[in-house]
Design a protein around this ligand. Structure first.
Ligand code: SAH
Length: 353
């Protein structure tokens, strides 16, 4: 039994292969090269399994499924909201780690929030993803498969992607870059750069690199505090890249790309949601073309920090708007199913204990 399990992790998924690798594989089966292009286009259609490719010879499909899986990850559980169509996925990786993804319905289309790492080493105190530290970086196709499997499960096309699940995208930058280029390709998902958003806790040098590499991709900054000592206590990355350096990098991004930046600000009751806090926030970002996304902090049992209530969040929005800063309070989607990112994974861990 153990051997079978061990071997499983060496099965290469078709989603992890590029066209050239597929061609080599097909030729090794003694089939014609053009079959590789057929397979390549099937892969991105969110099909159920290898045998769904119904214009290919059965013998070839049998051969393929003997030594390859279609996807590199599998859906472990899905939680479906009864009220708004949100679905939260717990995916298992081939090495036994878990990651999460969330499918959300908005007026402008379907959005998938994906993970970029299993776990996270950034150590933000309010975040469930960081509790066991970083397990490992995700490969580009493990990010892709979260989207393909959610499309398969919902039967709907995903139009927007946000890298706001577990992990810090800029701590796995090479793979994130490869992922963005992959899904943007006309031969795959053909997702517009403007339909992708990357969220970071504030790795300043990477923000600058990102502005050069992807001037059309949206950027969100998890700010949460506006003063160094307080932010460092909440988000250890701030000890390395202080607020000044972060803000300079944000200004650089906006100047280089001509795009508006988003500041994420999670509201914790009595900690960062006062009139003074909002004034200090407005003062910090007043020269930047930006938008503030206010998110009442999701309660994480293991951490025990309480979020501000809806009314307090609305008041913060009004204060910011009076100070000429555009702000929204994030709609709470899927509030009837398991809360903040990282929580499904923790639930799974506690069930296994
Ligand atoms: N590492 C990246 C992306 C993953 S976190 C980042 O820091 O931006 C995605 C967002 O969820 C971040 O804004 C993060 O600060 C926020 N977040 C984490 N835990 C949360 C919680 N308990 N309640 C509300 N937002 C949370």
């Amino acid at each position: 039994m153990k051997n079978i399990e061990e071997n499983k992790s060496y099965i290469k998924s078709l989603t992890s292969m590029n066209k050239e690798e597929l061609e080599e594989l097909i030729i090794s089966f003694g089939e014609k090269k053009f079959r590789a292009s057929q397979i390549y286009s099937w892969i991105y259609k969110s099909i159920k399994d290898i045998h769904s490719m119904n214009n290919l010879p059965k013998k070839l499909l049998d051969n393929l499924s003997e030594c390859h899986s279609l996807y590199s990850i599998t859906v472990d559980t899905v939680e479906k909201s009864k009220t708004d169509g949100t679905r939260k996925y717990l995916f298992s990786l081939d090495d036994g780690n878990y990651i999460e993804g969330v499918f959300m319905k908005y007026k402008y289309g379907n959005t998938m929030c994906i993970s970029s790492q299993a776990g996270c080493r950034m150590g933000c105190v309010f975040c469930a993803s960081t509790i066991d530290g970083l397990k490992r970086n995700l490969k580009p196709w493990e990010m892709l498969d979260q989207i393909l499997l959610a499309q398969l499960d919902t039967g709907e096309k995903i139009n927007h992607i946000v890298l706001m699940g577990s992990g810090e995208p800029f701590d796995n930058y090479e793979n994130v870059k490869a992922f963005i280029n992959l899904v943007n390709s006309k031969d795959t998902l053909n997702l517009g750069m403007r339909n992708i958003t990357v969220s970071t806790c504030g790795i300043a040098p990477k923000i600058r690199e990102f502005a050069m590499d992807f001037p059309q991709v949206n950027l969100a900054i998890s700010l949460h505090e506006t003063e160094d000592i307080r932010r460092s206590n909440l988000m250890p990355i701030n000890r390395k890249y202080k607020i000044d350096e972060l803000i300079e990098a944000c200004k650089y991004y906006v100047e280089e790309t001509n795009r508006r930046i988003t500041f994420e600000y999670a509201l914790a009751e009595g900690k960062n949601d006062s009139y003074e806090n909002m004034r200090s926030l407005a003062n910090l970002i007043k020269d930047i073309n930006c938008h503030v996304n206010l998110i009442p902090l999701n309660f994480v049992k293991e951490i025990g920090m309480a979020g501000s209530n809806r009314k307090a969040a609305e008041r913060c929005k009004e204060i910011l708007e009076e100070l000429h800063i555009q702000a929204t309070v994030r709609r709470e989607l899927g509030s009837d199913i398991n809360g903040a990112c990282g929580q499904l994974r923790l639930l799974k861990r506690s069930m296994n204990e």
